[in-house]
Design a protein around this ligand. Structure first.
Ligand SMILES: [Zn+2]
Length: 389
């Protein structure tokens, strides 16, 4: 069987295993067993449902990490149809096919290429598969912390590729950053009682939250003016959930709650604690982010950035959504985002990947694995990234 057919087969197999965030156990077990079946006997489970495999290479001073996430968002529809990979012309279509099941399949391809007894990879390669990406990157935070604690110190260079979908109508791009992302909960308390009473300016909880949400478009404009970033582009803030009151139309509820999705740039992350306090005072609400909104940005001085920039300088761009890059960045591991999935259709039931992209990504990953161990690192180069997306 050729490499493409094997990757197709694995993608179909992993799509068929439902792995909504929080329910990754079965898929993690399958990936673990599949790596063992190839002959790798040092596969590890890291703190939950995260799988890791170190493949020792020729140059043991450099470590290249390939990371994919195991989980998907929940999909709505007939399960039988959603989780069966469909072939439509050049496309493979199915729930989570591009985001991120094909990423797992690409890693399995590398595991086969460098199976024990075959040729060694040109440097150490770490294959990682992480849980809970779609709900905050908690799996990768554990993997990246483990990597930093147990492995990184042994190497002169550590860098990686996050195999998220980076193909679109225009072809491919290499993601060298993404905005910070976190859901922020807005809560308020206020006077409660009969809805026929006069509350004056003692604003009910629901009014406070509604006023805040109503002002979000204006706040967003303000933030976009102040905190735009050349590569990562503009901060955004969009309401996603509003909860208040029961079924009583004549009762003012004592509490109200809403959630908005916040996307930040580095400058806005720095300013966020102050912005937050000011907003809380002004609107009489409490703001609580699910986790700190950390952006990802690949350091231009890092080896992985330079390898990519050397060959694809005109294809560097920002990844429009959050991903595991920031988790690795927080643990001193620079990464780029690159994988064959088709970005415009992720998180839809038409999630897909083209065979052409799989072949091309396979070739490009081979190239990176070849170049990374021998690339002459230039310090202080700081090539300014150009956004093409
Ligand atoms: Zn993803």
């Amino acid at each position: 069987m050729g490499r493409l057919e094997a990757i197709e087969g694995d993608t179909a197999k992993y799509v068929a295993i439902q792995s909504v965030s929080g329910s990754e156990r079965e898929l993690a077990g399958t990936v673990f067993n599949d790596l063992r079946a190839i002959g790798h006997n040092k596969v590890e489970m890291i703190d939950g449902n995260n799988v890791a495999l170190l493949i020792p290479g020729v140059n043991r001073n450099r470590l290249l990490i390939l990371n994919s996430h195991l989980d998907t968002i929940p999909f709505k529809g007939k399960k039988r149809d959603l989780y069966k990979l469909r072939k439509v012309d050049d496309w493979l279509v199915g729930a989570g096919a591009g985001d991120n099941k094909v990423g797992i399949a690409m890693e399995m391809d590398i595991a086969r290429k460098y199976k024990p007894g075959a040729s060694l990879p040109p440097c150490d390669i770490m294959l990682t598969f992480s849980e809970l990406e779609e709900v905050g990157g908690f799996g990768s935070l554990k993997v990246a912390a483990w990597l930093e604690d147990q492995h990184s110190a042994r190497y002169d260079e550590v860098g990686g590729i996050i195999l998220e979908p980076t193909y679109n109508e225009k072809g491919e791009f290499f993601g060298i950053g993404h905005r910070g992302a976190t859901p922020v909960t807005v809560t308020a308390t206020g006077p409660t009682g009969h809805a026929g009473k006069d509350y004056g300016y003692d604003l009910p909880a629901l009014t406070r939250v509604a006023r805040f949400m109503g002002d979000l478009p204006r706040l967003q404009v303000e933030w976009q003016k102040k905190y735009a970033h050349d590569l990562l582009d503009l901060p955004t803030a969009n309401p996603t959930i509003l909860r208040a009151g029961g079924n009583m139309t004549n009762q003012v509820p004592a509490t109200a709650e809403g959630v908005f999705d916040l996307r930040t740039t580095p400058a806005m992350n720095t300013a966020w604690p102050i912005i937050k306090t000011k907003l809380e005072d002004k609107y009489g609400v409490t703001l609580k982010e699910a986790w700190p909104p950390n952006h990802g940005l690949c350091d231009p001085d890092s080896l992985i950035y330079q390898v990519i920039n050397d060959r694809w300088s005109d294809e560097l761009g920002a990844f429009p959504y959050g991903c595991d890059m920031n988790a690795f960045a927080e643990h001193s591991t620079p990464t780029v985002i690159y994988g064959p999935g088709y970005l415009p259709d992720i998180h839809t039931t038409g999630d897909r990947v083209s065979r052409t992209a799989i072949v091309e990504a396979g070739r490009n990953i081979d190239y990176i694995i070849r170049e990374y161990p021998i690339f002459k690192r230039q310090s202080g180069s700081s090539v300014a990234p150009i956004s093409v997306q």
